[in-house]
Unconditional design. Structure first.
Length: 762
């Protein structure tokens, strides 16, 4: 039911468009506010709360309003305070899922075997407890790390699964079938400690409502209205908890955008918002489609892209703003040139008096920031990393550099202290104290003191053997440094030290990201002739970072950019394998590719005035140059809203093409690059002369070198069903052909998307 038509003196309706007003005034029954990017959903949600309170449809204490962050809850309170004054202070049930779950759980703690003063464990305490339990169960914690178990338990809790709900298949995910047993022991130990982890705050609250009908009835009667922000980001336990609370009155208003559901890796399920009308029959869906942020070309490009997704409710964003510039697609030769080109574009914007703080660069993965950071430092552009550390400040990079420092300089005590027990090798604080004591007494560096100690009885058991192994390894690495290039030395050190193996054993998204960063570090080292040269570069970079101040470019992942906006946005690295990520294409199937496409939609809609997408024809992967295919998302952008451009540095030439004509702007790339070796960096030249550059295999004729455009004409001698050979992936059968791109099912590597110039008829 819609509340009475608004009177002119409703200040909270000022400035709202008709759909927003409808969302505010439709107070009775289930409502889905389908709010596209930049459509003013926070204003509508806040006005709805203010309207309910000001019209006395419910007391503030009778409203459950759920947000995903404390910042969002504070912002909502502040906005409502400006609308209706002090009445907002009486809203005890406005907050995040976890804060409300904790409040509910403390009131009924005894029903869950806890006391009301239970402790909420942080991540470190949780890992410490799990490590104790894993060791007590005689499980090899190197093979089955406690951190891996913590991630698994968190996933189960996000799904609303108690230990009793874990089947054999789920249990097999840890320690050869011991997952369910360890989950049971962990939960029992938490109760003994009168403690919860963050996952318990909602899991226990859900269990409480399911198992105690009187408690459920109490809260169903209490909450006359339920409002939920960012509904597309809810996981299973949050969804089940909300559905139970809303079943009696059904006055639930959920605000969200299925096209911006990008957090499946932390449990979010886009299906929750897609089935809202099924969960609440008779629900009213109100679409907020008027965008107040971006130009028509940007909105049309993003809308055209997301139309390729099948699982969506559908909406069309529009704006009253002027047309603005088309979305630009810039193709470059390689990753370093991409960083140079973005730097040049930003310098041109500075010349037009655009503040650096109005510019953002969005990447799919954190390892992509390294080349951008190095370039900006070299040309003096200030930047900041949002949602993470600068590349050389990340823990895994600092650890790796500490290893390299001790190899380069035996007297570097700070580096030795950092790596002596990283990864964990049983050399504790007491052992390190003894090394310090010997170093002071003998007036020698810690590494030499450690070498002396392993020949004594100062240490016994595991610590002595581990220290001896480390000392021997450091000596061997120093010998290798005389013959190995810096990048190969870094790979050797990371492997031999066990650092890489420790991250691989974690089997987590975080560990996977750290491994990618370490691979990027070794790629960065290819540009340096000696280890000393590279370490000097890092020192200069760190000194530059410590002096940064004033306005700066923002660099962040697309995930971190959700909810933000900038005048100018650069989307870097749009190539298949980078974006969409290779993991999504290989492991997640259609659902993962659709989420990657939603991520692309989020990236484009961060831009207010101008969006520029870049991709490179070649990327260094595992130290070797590999050709890259432009992201499939680029080809899905509507032609009339795109301007494609390809440039080569070094003054060679420049081509521009109108996308609507479907011309290949890069068809002459191979010819234009003949004789351009002087314009390429030393890393490229070394790779080319050593045979490491495999973007253009020697068996491919010069005329057959790959074009890196879109819609490039394919080879006439290839057909679906033909058996072919690829130098990297081996033999396979062509499953599909799209221009000069092939979908091939390889015998050992599985299905891959490759350029036709890199295959021969097998």
């Amino acid at each position: 039911m819609t509340h009475n038509a608004p009177a002119p003196n409703y200040p909270w309706l000022n400035g709202l468009n008709p759909p927003q007003r409808e969302a505010v005034l439709t107070t009775e029954g289930p409502v889905l506010m389908l709010a596209g990017a930049g459509t003013g959903k926070t204003a509508a949600l806040t006005a709805r709360l203010a309207h309910i309170i000001a019209e006395r449809l419910a007391w503030p204490s009778e409203i459950l309003a759920v947000t995903f962050t404390n910042k969002a809850a504070r912002e909502m309170k502040e906005r409502m305070g400006r609308m209706i004054g002090d009445a907002v202070e009486g809203m005890p049930w406005l907050g995040t899922f976890h804060s409300i779950g904790a409040k509910m759980l403390r009131k009924h703690a005894e029903l869950m075997g806890l006391k009301s003063n239970f402790t909420i464990l942080d991540t470190d305490d949780q890992l410490r407890l799990l490590k104790q339990l894993v060791q007590a169960a005689n499980i090899d914690d190197k093979r089955f790390p406690p951190k891996s178990l913590a991630g698994l338990i968190d996933k189960w809790k996000n799904k609303g699964l108690t230990p009793a709900d874990i089947d054999k298949g789920e249990s097999a995910l840890y320690a050869d079938g011991k997952g369910q047993a360890m989950y049971t022991v962990y939960q029992a130990r938490l109760r003994e400690l009168n403690a919860c982890d963050f996952g318990d705050l909602l899991l226990h609250s859900l269990t409480l409502l399911k198992n105690h009908r009187d408690v459920l009835a109490e809260y169903q009667a209490k909450f006359k209205y339920i409002l939920v922000d960012e509904y597309q980001d809810t996981n299973a336990v949050q969804y089940l908890w909300l559905r139970l609370l809303a079943q009696q009155r059904k006055n639930i208003c959920c605000v969200g955008d299925d096209d911006q559901s990008i957090y499946s890796w932390r449990g979010a399920e886009v299906a929750n918002i897609l089935r809202f009308e099924k969960d609440f029959p008779g629900a009213k869906t109100i679409r907020l489609e008027q965008n107040y942020r971006s130009t028509p070309h940007i909105l049309a490009a993003a809308s055209g892209l997301i139309d390729a997704n099948s699982g969506r409710l559908g909406k069309t964003l529009w704006t009253e703003l002027d047309g603005g510039e088309k979305v630009r697609i810039i193709g470059v030769w390689d990753g370093p040139e991409e960083a140079r080109r973005i730097g040049e574009e930003i310098e041109a914007l500075q010349y037009k008096q655009v503040s650096l703080s109005d510019i953002a660069i969005l990447v799919r993965a954190q390892f992509q920031t390294r080349e951008l950071e190095d370039r900006f430092i070299s040309i003096g552009l200030n930047y900041k990393i949002v949602g993470g550390f600068r590349f050389y400040e990340r823990a895994e990079i600092r650890d790796a550099i500490a290893y390299l420092r001790i190899v380069n300089q035996p007297a570097d005590d700070l580096a030795f202290e950092r790596i002596v027990n990283v990864p964990k090798r049983g050399i504790g604080d007491k052992a390190v104290e003894k090394i310090h004591r010997i170093a002071r007494a003998e007036r020698v560096p810690l590494s030499l003191a450690a070498a002396q100690m392993v020949g004594t009885d100062e240490l016994t058991g595991k610590a002595r053997k581990s220290l001896a192994d480390l000392v021997i390894d450091i000596a061997r690495w120093r010998d290798s440094a005389a013959t190995l290039p810096p990048s190969a030395l870094a790979e050797l050190v990371l492997e031999d030290s066990g650092y890489t193996a420790a991250l691989q054993a974690e089997r987590s998204v975080e560990a996977s990201g750290r491994l990618e960063n370490l691979k990027e570090l070794t790629r960065a080292m290819e540009e340096y002739e000696t280890l000393g040269d590279f370490l000097e570069h890092v020192s200069l970079v760190m000194d530059n970072e410590s002096r940064d101040s004033g306005e700066s470019i923002t660099i962040m992942t697309i995930h971190a950019a959700k909810g933000l906006e900038y005048r100018h946005v650069f989307c870097a690295g749009w190539e298949d394998g980078v974006f969409p990520s290779q993991r999504a294409m290989d492991e997640g199937g259609l659902a993962s590719v659709e989420e990657e496409r939603r991520l692309a939609y989020v990236a484009i809609t961060r831009a207010r005035e101008k969006c520029t997408i870049t991709h490179a024809a070649n990327r260094r992967i595992y130290g070797q140059w590999t050709s890259s295919i432009p992201s499939r998302f680029i080809t899905e952008l509507p032609p009339e809203h795109i301007e494609a451009e390809q440039t080569m540095t070094g003054g060679a030439s420049m081509w521009r093409a109108n996308w609507s004509e479907r011309e290949d702007p890069f068809a002459h790339l191979a010819a234009a690059n003949q004789g351009r070796s002087n314009a390429r960096g030393p890393g490229w030249q070394r790779a080319a002369t050593s045979g490491g550059f495999n973007a253009v295999p020697s068996r491919v004729a010069e005329a057959d070198k790959p074009a890196v455009g879109f819609g490039a004409k394919g080879r006439s001698d290839l057909a679906v069903g033909m058996r072919v050979f690829h130098e990297k992936f081996g033999y396979g059968v062509i499953e599909d052909i799209e221009g000069n791109k092939l979908e091939i099912e390889f015998e050992t590597a599985g299905r891959k998307r490759v350029m036709d110039s890199f295959v021969g008829v097998g």
